[in-house]
Design a protein around this ligand. Structure first.
Ligand SMILES: [Zn+2]
Length: 709
């Protein structure tokens, strides 16, 4: 769902106002007309052309950044919703999860003086420089905070729990979930980078999904019902409200033969349906896939076959939270008298939790540290690891590059990729490159995609339902009203069609976006306005990042940066040294000396003509416009331009005030040779480095989370 190419934002901007705001986008521009004559020019493109080109670049950057805009920034949204609500109706609001690929899933349910939040995830698909993930904007929660009684979580994938460490400390309430889900919640709070606010205490309530335990929360009763997915402890939430019963399916499939033998609790779902359900909120990830998703158990034999025949070590890459599959591989390894090692921080973290709570059982003597991989007999070892998506710096990726500390791959090794690329993630090409490297090393590679060619497979099955299973859910629950959730408009639209095919009147369905309020009474479902919603962007430290910063980063990454440092004698009004020009990510200056020399001449003239005639601020604005114009004329590009003007009184050579930029000191002894030799990193280099780090971090997080599969 996210663009892989920043030039192609795939969603229309929700906020077109940014670029149009007078003065708001012009950086140093004060929005005034130049006083008197501007800098004279020999340039042939019109100043207007250059300015328009720059505006276009800025508008493009704004549009890319605006795909994820916070509620506070979306000027056309109502600032305040109706806080005091004493009408006896239920309100259901998707604060997240109603668009995109079903990410940052978060649904608010409100009745009179009580409110609960169903799921609270993050969005790892945000493709902006330096951004790790997005979370739902909680502006609306501020208005209803006193009503908030609980967070109820369907399962432990990050797109359902990843928002909690940000949001719960601000809006405290206990978190309810199954044993495994609560284990995952505690795990992500423990691994969270930032300290929790003073006095904050994580409160969790573990519910038993197997005994139909019911708990009272305010005016609501809640029950969790076991369902199959690609992580243990997945549940449906049944929420009984004074208006009627609503059901949120969470992510699910109906696997008739799951590896942990914990089948979906069809009996209980049937009972709940027979007792009457007002509204079904059903997950919509793969509503375009016909038929039924094959059982997870269909891959068991494939692994046995590979272990029977592999000539050396076996490496299996898979999603780090898929503990049932990890257990299956452990069982197969034990059966073949092999030892198991594990690599990948997120996977090890989840495994530790799963073993502690008894979800994964490892027979004594089976587990060996990855460090001993090189000393073991090849045929004795199976390594389970992260990296099935080709993520940079993941275990498998490092092995394929020969950069792994403990593992050097060799011929006779076998690598199994037990996943498929996350759709729309751009991971296909990363996986391809990794497979290239593996095959160059002579390693045997087995992929799910090539199962028919290899004669071994399946090696992966989806954790989500296919159309017949979505229909089954509707038929079990038999709801009066149907609301597709956790998917984009199209996926939800296909889901509505399934519901209509199963006999739900189309008038009893609603396909809503984030922020839209659904009002429910026992016999009516309708739209009732909208509340503020949006995306808050989070960087790798866990800190929130403003939309403005993101816009600049996009502009930097697209157009680069040119800083011009002038040292001017105050009295004489002339340059003391040749201007320093520092360019990053724009053009390589050594190859374009003519352009740079021309710019120096333009700068000298600009100082002579304008420095003494206008005030300093005005001068900088004109300078910036003129540089922009000149660079556009010669390169048809509009980098970020930063003029730095040092004014030196007294006319002494080389005594320039400390410039803000460490590279700004010109060499007065040799004024013609001012090609800067940066010693410290420029902002642009730092940004590029940061971006790389964030991408790696995001990739690591993505492995934890089979967001789609
Ligand atoms: Zn999930």
């Amino acid at each position: 769902m996210q663009p892989n190419n920043n030039n192609k934002p795939n969603r229309p901007p929700r906020n077109n106002q940014g670029p149009k705001k007078p003065g708001g986008q012009r950086g140093g521009g004060r929005g005034q007309k130049p006083q008197g004559q501007a800098i004279t020019t020999s340039l042939t493109t019109s100043r207007g052309q250059a300015v328009r080109a720059q505006r276009r670049s800025q508008a493009d950057a704004q549009r890319i950044a605006n795909q994820y805009v916070a509620a506070a920034d979306s000027g056309d949204k109502p600032a305040r919703a109706n806080v005091i609500d004493d009408s006896p109706r239920l309100k259901i609001i998707g604060l997240g999860g109603m668009d995109g690929g079903g990410s940052k899933n978060m649904i608010l349910v409100e009745y009179m003086n009580d409110a609960v939040i169903l799921d609270c995830g993050n969005d790892l698909g945000v493709d902006l420089p330096g951004i790790n993930y997005g979370i739902a904007d909680t502006a609306y929660l501020e208005q209803i905070q006193p009503k908030l009684r609980a967070y109820i979580i369907t399962h432990g994938h990050l797109d359902h729990i990843g928002g909690l460490p940000h949001i719960v400390p601000k809006f405290p309430a206990p978190i309810y979930g199954s044993k495994f889900t609560i284990g995952r919640v505690e795990e992500i709070f423990e691994n969270f980078g930032l300290p929790m606010p003073d006095g904050f205490e994580l409160k969790t309530v573990t519910m038993n999904e197997n005994t139909h335990e019911r708990l009272k929360i305010g005016e609501f009763f809640v029950e969790l019902v076991r369902v199959t997915h690609s992580i243990p402890g997945s549940t449906v939430i049944a929420l009984d409200t004074p208006v009627g019963r609503i059901i949120n399916t969470g992510d699910f499939r109906f696997d008739p033969n799951p590896l942990d033998h914990e089948r979906s609790d069809i009996e209980r779902l049937t009972e709940l349906g027979n007792e009457g359900v007002l509204a079904l909120l059903s997950e919509s990830t793969t509503t375009e896939r016909p038929g039924r998703t094959p059982s997870e158990s269909t891959i068991e034999q494939s692994f046995k076959d590979i272990m029977d025949n592999a000539p050396g070590r076996i490496f299996v890459g898979l999603f780090s939270t898929n503990m049932n599959r990890v257990q299956m591989i452990i069982n197969a390894a034990v059966h073949h008298n092999k030892k198991v090692a594990m690599d990948g921080r997120s996977m090890v973290s989840t495994l530790e939790m799963a073993v502690r709570h008894g979800f994964v059982r490892i027979p004594k003597g089976t587990f060996v540290p990855i460090a001993s991989a090189s000393t073991m007999k090849d045929t004795d070892l199976v390594v389970v690891c992260t990296g099935s998506q080709g993520e940079p710096s993941s275990a498998l990726q490092r092995m394929s590059n020969g950069e792994h500390r403990h593992v050097k791959l060799k011929e006779q090794d076998t690598v199994i990729l037990s996943s498929t690329p996350i759709p729309y993630s751009g991971n296909d090409s990363k996986i391809r490159t990794m497979v290239d490297e593996l095959l160059k090393k002579g390693v045997h590679v087995f992929r799910h995609e090539t199962r028919e060619v290899d004669g071994i497979g399946p090696l992966h099955v989806s954790g989500h339902a296919s159309r017949d299973e979505y229909a089954d859910m509707i038929n079990l629950i038999k709801p009066k009203f149907f609301i597709p959730i956790y998917g984009d408009f199209t996926a939800k639209r296909y889901h509505v069609d399934i519901a209509v095919e199963q006999g739900i009147p189309r008038a009893n369905t609603l396909n809503v976006g984030n922020g839209q309020v659904i009002s429910l009474t026992p016999d009516k479902m309708e739209l009732a306005g909208e509340v503020p919603f949006g995306t808050i962007l989070v960087d790798q430290t866990g800190a929130l990042v403003s939309n403005v910063v993101v816009k600049d980063r996009v502009l930097l990454s697209e157009e680069g940066l040119v800083a011009v440092v002038l040292t001017i004698d105050k009295k004489a009004g002339s340059l003391l040294t040749s201007p320093d020009i520092i360019s990053r990510g724009f053009i390589y200056m050594r190859d374009n000396e003519e352009i740079m020399n021309g710019l120096r001449i333009e700068l000298k003239r600009a100082v002579q003509q304008r420095f003494k005639r206008v005030d300093l601020d005005r001068f900088k604005v004109e300078l910036k416009e003129h540089i922009t114009h000149y660079l556009f004329e010669h390169t048809q590009r509009s980098p970020i331009v930063i003029p730095v003007v040092n004014i030196v009184s007294g006319g002494g050579g080389g005594s320039a005030k400390q410039a803000p930029n460490p590279n700004a000191n010109a060499n007065p002894a040799n004024p013609g040779q001012t090609q800067p030799q940066p010693k410290e990193k420029t902002p642009e280099e730092l940004a590029a480095e940061q971006q790389k780090r964030f991408q790696e971090m995001r990739a690591r997080l993505l492995t934890q989370d089979p967001r789609v599969d």
